[in-house]
Ligand binder design. Structure first.
Ligand code: AHR
Length: 669
């Protein structure tokens, strides 16, 4: 119950009462002119691809994240071969556990572990323990799939697998008895259930018996992967993406496409086929930021191009692979492949299209079918280069474009405009790419929130008939780009929401957009801000995630005119607005940001042949504290609240909360 307070009127507070009455009277008198939406004026089509997601294996987003493998360094291919493992045992002597290299026989996966076991009878005699990716998240009652590859001359060893909790107690165990012998490698696996849960568990193997055994690909997967696929993806992470119904999935990056040097570039052909043949390499984010060095960050490629295509298909999104253009990261080595050696890179691009779409009788289509997907993935577009720039980029891009268009004339190519949305590098590329009638130009913006607010009209003046824009990477930076202090706070998300009204209003120019980066592990990140944060068991979406989701779920099919005083609303009175119609659903969708620290009463008048027909919905995100964030404890601290909403005839009466983003859906007839 509200407390009733009676205060004596002093001259001072009387004066403030008078001032506040006259201010509110003035505010009422100054009520702004209505916004006008004309539902007959369709200004552009919204492409089905408009709002998508950008995935890169950064911040333990892939290995240690989306890829559900729980064992770190399962094949001993990290630079330090036993990183992540601890080898102990009272019955072990010097030389009983060796890292061997069978490079000739298996060049992509050369190392394995040789273990000599002598009269081992108990836990503690010979143990190998894996720490996982910042521990292993173990769920009580869940089934786990333990597997490995082995080679032994004779039978004689049993391998016990124990899940350990933080105190070292066993919380689930099984025994695997390698039964086959000889010179060849065999696979073995077994399922078992966790009896308790742990946030930071471990996997401990202990040996019983006598003999010598070679081990490789020691693996543990939870039984609750996305779609229950063995060796699959973390379901909660894919679900967050599926919930957004994204128009596309861009993969595998980002700078990871470029590599620190060309040897470190992303090579899709090395990421398909049996996982034991996919070569593990260092992740470029391992060493990128000294202040966030991650020495245990490698790419196992268990999540490879087949899995990316499959995930995109699962969630109804168009696949958008980005391919190396013959240039390594220009912030790092800036290595260039000579023009007369570019052919192999171009062939990789052509083969990728065949891998995705080719008939099962083609070389690469057959490989896709062998991996379990005879039907094509219907790939329609590809990016050539990530953040590459300069005449060297244009020279290489031209070769790719010619070859791809010669074979696949309707295939769309995404072109890089470099690292920044302005400046000499951008101008050089943007001018040249527009002259060459590029299909799509990828623009990146990592800027302060104020930049996003003041660029809400960036595309109002772009040529409607020229190359289309892919806003391929963007995120408002609360404390500066690459600063570890930057947060996914409400100020950044609200600024993005405001900027996105400009993308939507200009959907005739901007055909695709994606926030970046997508995922981060709270303990293993290199780059912040990120859209979705995880630990080994939990997940939460940032305010930025909910902004993206609101746009994506309310995409509509056609942009309609929305103006105040005849002008687009792109910052005047701190208001930003766009509107679309969803022709299939027969609904009008209005998006409005109030970036001011006060309530704004704003009427909207609907013109056009169609009228509001019945109740709709209003989704509002708002917080008086622009520094508010979400976290594991308060996963929806800043998230949309839903309520019913009705128009009064052709009028919409809105009371826009301070610092708010509002989406309205109204049926029309
Ligand atoms: O999103 C993080 C990085 O930012 C991407 O890898 C790169 O393209 C950009 O510089």
């Amino acid at each position: 119950m509200a407390e009733l307070r009676i205060r004596t009127m002093t001259p001072k507070n009387f004066l403030s009462l008078v001032v506040s009455i006259s201010l509110s009277t003035a505010a009422m008198a100054q009520k702004s002119t209505p916004i006008v939406i004309n539902t007959d004026q369709l200004t552009a089509k919204v492409q089905p691809t408009m709002w998508g997601v950008f995935f890169e294996d950064i911040n333990l987003g892939g290995d240690g994240g989306l890829y559900a493998e729980m064992v770190k360094n399962r094949s001993f291919e990290f630079t330090t071969p036993l990183m992540g493992w601890s080898v102990k045992g009272s019955k072990l002597s010097e030389g009983d556990v060796l890292v061997l290299n069978r490079g000739k026989e298996s060049p992509n996966n050369p190392r394995f572990l040789r273990v000599n076991v002598k009269n081992a009878t108990a836990k503690g005699d010979v143990t190998l323990t894996n720490e996982g990716f910042r521990g292993m998240g173990i769920k009580k009652g869940l089934s786990y799939q333990f597997s490995l590859m082995y080679r032994q001359a004779a039978r004689g060893i049993k391998i016990h697998a124990d899940l350990l909790d933080e105190q070292g107690n066993s919380i689930g165990s099984t025994v695997l008895t390698p039964s086959l012998t000889g010179d060849t490698w065999h696979k073995a696996d077994i399922k078992f259930t966790a009896t308790e849960g742990a946030q930071k568990g471990k996997l401990q193997l202990w040996m019983e018996g006598n003999g010598r055994i070679d081990l490789d690909m020691i693996s543990l997967f939870p039984g609750d992967t996305w779609k229950g696929r063995a060796g699959g993806l973390r379901a909660d992470m894919v679900q967050m993406l599926a919930d957004m119904k994204p128009g596309f999935v861009r993969f595998p990056g980002g700078c990871i496409v470029e590599g620190r040097d060309l040897a470190n570039r992303y090579q899709w052909k090395k990421t398909i086929g049996p996982i034991e043949d996919r070569e593990t390499i260092i992740n470029r984010w391992n060493t990128e930021f000294k202040h966030r060095a991650t020495p245990d960050y490698f790419q196992s490629f268990g999540l490879g191009f087949f899995e990316y295509f499959q995930m995109a298909e699962d969630i109804g999104a168009e696949p958008l692979p980005i391919i190396n253009c013959g240039m390594a990261c220009q912030y790092n080595t800036a290595e260039l492949v000579p023009m007369d050696e570019l052919g192999a890179y171009v062939q990789d691009a052509l083969d990728l299209i065949e891998f995705a779409n080719g008939d099962v009788n083609t070389t690469w289509g057959k490989k896709r079918a062998e991996m379990g997907h005879p039907a094509p993935f219907h790939l329609k577009m590809m990016g050539v280069g990530n953040e590459n720039w300069g005449p060297q980029y244009l020279e290489r891009l031209a070769v790719f474009t010619k070859a791809i268009k010669a074979k696949y004339p309707d295939f769309k190519i995404v072109n890089s405009s470099g690292t920044d949305p302005n400046g000499a590098r951008f101008d050089l590329l943007n001018t040249a790419l527009r002259q060459s009638k590029a299909d799509l130009i990828d623009e990146h913006y990592y800027r302060e929130p104020e930049w996003f607010l003041s660029n809400a009209s960036r595309y109002d003046s772009y040529d409607r008939n020229g190359s289309k824009v892919f806003a391929g990477e963007y995120a408002a930076q609360s404390k500066g780009t690459s600063s570890p202090l930057t947060q996914n706070n409400w100020k950044s998300a609200m600024a993005e929401a405001a900027f996105m009204t400009g993308l939507e209003r200009n959907a005739g120019v901007v055909n695709m957009a994606s926030y970046a980066p997508l995922f981060a592990n709270v303990e293993g990140w290199q780059w912040t801000p990120d859209m979705i944060w995880v630990d080994n068991l939990h997940i939460y979406g940032t305010p930025n995630y909910y902004v993206q989701k609101l746009y994506s779920l309310n995409k509509g099919t056609d942009v309609v005119s929305i103006t105040r005083d005849g002008q687009p609303l792109a910052g005047k009175d701190s208001l930003y607005a766009s509107a679309v119609i969803d022709q299939k659903a027969g609904q009008l969708i209005v998006k409005i940001v109030n970036a001011a620290n006060k309530v704004q009463q704003q009427d909207i008048k609907l013109n056009g042949t169609k009228k509001p027909a019945g109740a709709g919905k209003l989704y509002a995100m708002a917080d008086n504290d622009v520094n508010a964030v979400n976290n594991f404890e308060k996963t929806r601290n800043v998230a949309p609240a839903e309520e019913k909403f009705s128009a009064k005839g052709r009028d919409l009466k809105l009371s826009l909360k301070p610092y708010s983003f509002t989406v309205i859906r109204l049926p029309l007839k």
